[in-house]
Design a binder for this molecule. Structure first.
Ligand code: NAG
Ligand code: NAG
Ligand code: NAG
Length: 342
């Protein structure tokens, strides 16, 4: 600032600034327009993710080139075109179709060094034949939080704007169950609970099936929803928690992994855990004795957070894209079964 009065210096400085500015703009333009011929490295080709068999269907969805860009992940292409096996950056195999033999591993055609991903959102209790898959896969995509590509069934995200009001409640507790088996722990807990508590049961197993779009509005009228997982395994928290309860606006009463696992994803006062009580009778007393202010406390998180469901397989597969640069090279799951059962 000491030179403020000396005109020529100031002008020179001004020109200097302009020149630097122009150079920066030129560099910016060059960067935008791509590398100069023979200069900087060529742009990376997009990562091609080949899905060998679309989960649970022979009719995969349309996969336009911008599919992953729609989920905020550009520079990746999802495809089910098996002709791309030789050139794909990574190939994904969904377990159910390997288990039912509707898809087979193209081991003989596998290009050397091509990473293969094992994908499944089912629990170990419903996953069979893993012993046949030793030493084949490099990466795992699943709900397990130590997966190479971790895809939970849902998550809480910061909310922008005010929370919508809670749906009005007229009933106490609901449960939707399509596959009721007495040997499951959830069946035993339910049997004991209903001795002390009115539970309205819906779903195929109850004779009161709900259409896909009816579940959420039906559950919304209830104070509590029994988010009972069909089996209890590490990290196994499904749409029964994220969609049927939190998204619908009912308080989840959970039976699944330990409380600490849920607390890794949601605030501790957002749910009721079956293990918090020494008996189903105590749990029933807690639920029926609830007052309005205590009940509202279960939803404190809604002021600043909202539920994001991750139910679409396109989004799950595109998650590979975001992780791709960081995935461990040269890794092989020699004992996939041992890892998954742990
Ligand atoms: C699959 O990919 C091959 C090789 O790129 C291409 O020739 C063929 O047209 C594609 N098939 C479909 C159905 O897109
Ligand atoms: C996975 O979850 C467990 C608790 O279930 C936690 O101790 C661990 O730190 C988590 N790991 C990662 C990588 O998030
Ligand atoms: C509501 O229940 C909570 C917890 O059981 C208790 O601390 C609180 O005093 C009760 N509030 C009213 C107004 O009864």
């Amino acid at each position: 600032m000491t030179n403020a009065g000396r005109g020529p210096t100031r002008r020179l400085r001004a020109w200097g600034c302009l020149a630097v500015g122009a150079m920066l703009s030129a560099l910016w333009l060059l960067w935008l327009l791509g590398p100069a011929p023979g200069g900087a490295p060529a742009p990376q080709p997009p990562v091609t993710i080949l899905i060998w068999h679309w989960p649970f269907t022979d009719q995969p969805p349309e996969l336009p080139g911008d599919t992953c860009a729609r989920y905020g992940m550009a520079h990746c292409v999802l495809s089910t075109n098996r002709s791309l096996l030789a050139s794909a950056s990574v190939v994904v195999f969904h377990h159910r179709e390997l288990q039912t033999q509707r898809a087979r591993l193209p081991l003989a055609q596998r290009p050397p060094g091509q990473p293969w991903v094992w994908a499944s959102m089912e629990s170990p209790s419903h996953t069979h034949g893993l012993h046949r898959l030793r030493g084949i896969f490099n990466w795992v995509l699943s709900y397990r939080n130590d997966s190479d590509i971790f895809v939970p069934y849902g998550r809480l995200e910061p909310r922008s704007g005010p929370a919508p009001p809670l749906p009005p409640k007229s009933r106490l507790a609901a449960w939707v169950v399509s596959n009721f088996q007495e040997r499951q722990r959830r069946a035993q807990v339910y049997r004991q609970l209903v001795r002390h508590l009115q539970v309205d049961v819906f779903g195929r197993a109850s004779g009161r099936p709900l259409c896909t779009d009816c579940l959420v509005p039906t559950v919304a009228r209830y104070h509590f929803y029994l988010s009972f997982e069909n089996s209890q395994h590490r990290d196994y928290i499904t749409e029964k928690f994220w969609r049927n309860a939190l998204w619908a606006g009912a308080v989840p009463v959970v039976l699944g992994p330990p409380r600490a696992t849920y607390e890794a994803y949601v605030p501790p006062d957002a749910f009721v855990h079956v293990d918090d009580f020494s008996s189903p009778r105590e749990l029933a007393a807690f639920l029926t004795g609830m007052n309005a202010s205590r009940y509202r406390g279960f939803f404190a998180w809604r002021q600043r957070l909202r539920v994001q469901l991750l139910t679409d397989w396109r989004e799950r597969f595109c998650a590979i894209c975001a992780r791709y640069p960081y995935l461990p090279q040269g890794q092989v799951y020699e004992d996939l079964e041992g890892w998954f059962q742990a």
